[in-house]
Design a protein around this ligand. Structure first.
Ligand SMILES: CC(=O)SCCNC(=O)CCNC(=O)[C@H](O)C(C)(C)COP(=O)(O)OP(=O)(O)OC[C@H]1O[C@@H](n2cnc3c(N)ncnc32)[C@H](O)[C@@H]1OP(=O)(O)O
Ligand SMILES: CC(C)C(=O)C(=O)O
Ligand SMILES: [Mg+2]
Length: 561
């Protein structure tokens, strides 16, 4: 047993949440196949949790983003509680900012004067959801409200009645009523259902005129499977199930808000409330972006435009003053980045064979980062944990060629040494610079000034000119190919026994002025030297790369005769 440093760290003062009696639960066998009705509560629940609540200007910015993303239901605030919320509602209505297919929603406590003010804020709106709530859990009943269950039912029933009678004063608006038994997940499910049934009895919804019943995990206090049981129990027992939209509103206290909302869909819910990137009270509201991307990555249309990921992050950060964690699911800066060698190797190999007409199937990348505007350049980043795949990928992207495997191994050694020396990540530019410095150094002992080749009777001959900085040296050689003929010519001139161990040449493009790239590894006095060269002609590129490899060898102490 570990003795905690702080003696107050005592688990025995907490109790497990009681399970729901639902032995024939169905939800574990269900699947989610379509997106739910989404409702953004960024402008209300997200806003009420901020150090500095949004100004009207920030609310306008957030509103524009939510509409652009395709939200059809947006909770715009608590207009009876604050003047900015009231003013924002008036601006939306008077400046005709609400598209025909978007419905605004507002929250209000079950208190008469607040409900009246709420309708004033909404005067003239085409369609709106009036969302009324009161708390139902034992702790709220006993310690906050000091009421028996009947008193709580009474608040709900009276609030619902007031919502209904006020609505009648504004007959030109299409009103939708929503009720939340706040702290639903911490309430005995039988009692929560009883309170909702009392509200339903007041509102008398029909299949053509539905009421929204929103089930909040105001504070997440149990595992998501317990929440799913509560939702399934509720859906089975609530009155007029066909006349209500069952909505879910989870918070993230245990880190499972998305999981709980997903399981609630399995359990029969129709609608999900949440916020972008999960801003909200304490650990936040359910993150709609994460849940929508979870659907998307399963081949389900999320019915929200998340392709504008960077705009979403920028707007949320500008309106909330909260930074996005680099490992935030789906959208964080690092979530499509691999530093480790084996991941980079797998990603590179999978990307090389992935085509647009096949289902996405790339190891370590659950979706194509390009779908949300991320480039493959940011996918592979290199530090001391990286192997040959990562650095090669970056050089290949920069040069437009595929490096031969032996070249990748050589490159990896240079990169590993540099990243360990620097003790940090190497940028793409640095990696390309290391490649060029190691394998394509400029200058050197010899410069290839020109060459001519001939081929007859199966034999290749070459005449080449080298400049050693002082003299022009003409060399002659023969062999079974131009490369071996050049090796022979170098041997005769320098006295060095140069064996071309590996070489590969490739074209860099389709156009007639295409550049060629050659990679070569020579063996000399028991050592290997690797070089690369680029030229308009493949043979020239190869000969240049041999001269470069020879120059590298000389620069490392190999002496010409
Ligand atoms: C889980 C959620 O997110 S719920 C939404 C929470 N959001 C907010 O509260 C943000 C906006 N709220 C506010 O600005 C203020 O609370 C206001 C303006 C609405 C009301 O302020 P106040 O009149 O000072 O009341 P306050 O919010 O402190 O509520 C306390 C009183 O309302 C009662 N009350 C609280 N919630 C409710 C409710 N949903 N329905 C009915 N009565 C309620 C309490 O029992 C308490 O009554 P008491 O004064 O008789 O003891
Ligand atoms: C008002 C309700 C829906 C709420 O925000 C909550 O219970 O978390
Ligand atoms: Mg909430």
């Amino acid at each position: 047993m570990t003795t905690p440093t702080n003696p107050r760290f005592t688990h025995t003062k907490y109790r497990p949440f009681p399970r729901v009696a639902l032995d024939d639960r169905q939800w574990p066998s269900n699947s989610v196949t379509t997106a739910p009705i989404w409702c953004s509560v960024d402008l209300r629940d997200g806003n009420q949790a901020l150090i500095d609540p949004m100004t009207v200007e920030q609310k306008k910015q957030m509103w524009a983003l939510l509409v652009r993303m395709g939200f059809k239901e947006i909770e715009i605030g608590f207009p009876s509680a604050s003047q900015p919320d009231f003013d924002f509602a008036r601006w939306l209505i008077e400046a005709r900012q609400i598209p025909d297919d978007v419905t605004v929603q507002v929250l209000v406590q079950a208190r008469d004067e607040l409900i009246e003010r709420t309708y004033e804020a909404l005067r003239g709106v085409r369609r709106a959801v009036v969302h009324v709530y009161n708390s139902t859990s034992p702790v709220q009943r006993e310690k906050v409200f000091g009421l028996e269950k009947s008193g709580i039912v009474d608040i709900a029933r009276k609030g619902a009645a007031k919502v209904k009678t006020e609505a009648e004063k504004y007959p030109d608006t299409e009103w939708v009523f929503q009720y939340s038994p706040e702290s639903f997940s911490s309430t005995e499910v039988e009692f929560a259902t009883e309170v909702c049934n009392a509200v339903i009895d007041v509102w008398q919804p029909t299949p053509d005129n539905k009421t929204i019943i929103n089930l909040p995990a105001t504070v997440e206090s149990a595992m998501p499977n317990v929440f799913a049981d509560q939702v399934e129990w509720f859906c089975r027992n609530v009155d007029r199930r066909d006349s209500i939209t069952v909505s879910i509103h989870t918070h993230n206290d245990r880190g499972c808000a998305v999981a709980a909302a997903e399981m609630a869909l399995l359990a029969g819910a129709d609608r999900i409330e949440g916020t972008l990137l999960g801003n909200g009270e304490r650990t936040g509201n359910m993150d709609i972006v994460t849940m929508a991307m979870n659907l998307y990555s399963q081949g389900i249309d999320p019915e929200l435009d998340i392709s504008i990921a960077d705009d979403i992050i920028a707007t949320v950060e500008a309106c909330t003053n909260i930074k996005t964690h680099p490992r935030h699911p789906w959208l964080g800066e690092l979530v499509y980045t691999a530093f480790s060698g084996s991941h980079q190797d797998a990603i590179r190999k999978c990307l090389a064979v992935q085509t647009d007409d096949q289902p996405w199937d790339v190891a370590y990348l659950p979706i194509d980062p390009q779908d949300i505007g991320r480039t493959y350049q940011s996918v592979i980043r290199v530090n001391s944990q990286s192997g040959k795949g990562g650095a090669s990928y970056i050089v290949e992207q920069a040069l437009g060629v595929t490096l031969p495997r032996w070249m990748q191994i050589e490159l990896a050694q240079h990169i590993q040494a540099a990243s360990e020396r620097e003790a940090r990540e190497l940028s793409g530019d640095e990696i390309v610079a290391i490649f060029r410095e190691a394998f394509m150094p400029r200058g050197g002992h010899y410069e290839l000034s020109g060459y001519q080749t001939e081929h007859s009777n199966g034999q290749h001959t070459i005449q080449a000119t080298l400049n050693d900085g002082q003299n022009l040296i003409t060399l002659h050689g023969k062999g079974t190919g131009s490369v071996s003929a050049f090796g022979d010519a170098l041997h005769k001139t320098t006295g060095l026994d140069i064996q071309v161990v590996q070489y590969e040449e490739m074209s860099l493009g389709e156009a007639s002025d295409a550049q060629a790239m050659a990679f070569v590894q020579i063996s000399l006095q028991g050592q290997r030297f690797t070089a690369a060269s680029q030229d308009g002609d493949t043979l020239a590129a190869t000969l240049l790369s041999i001269v470069t490899a020879l120059n590298i060898a000389i620069s490392q102490g190999i002496k010409a005769a």
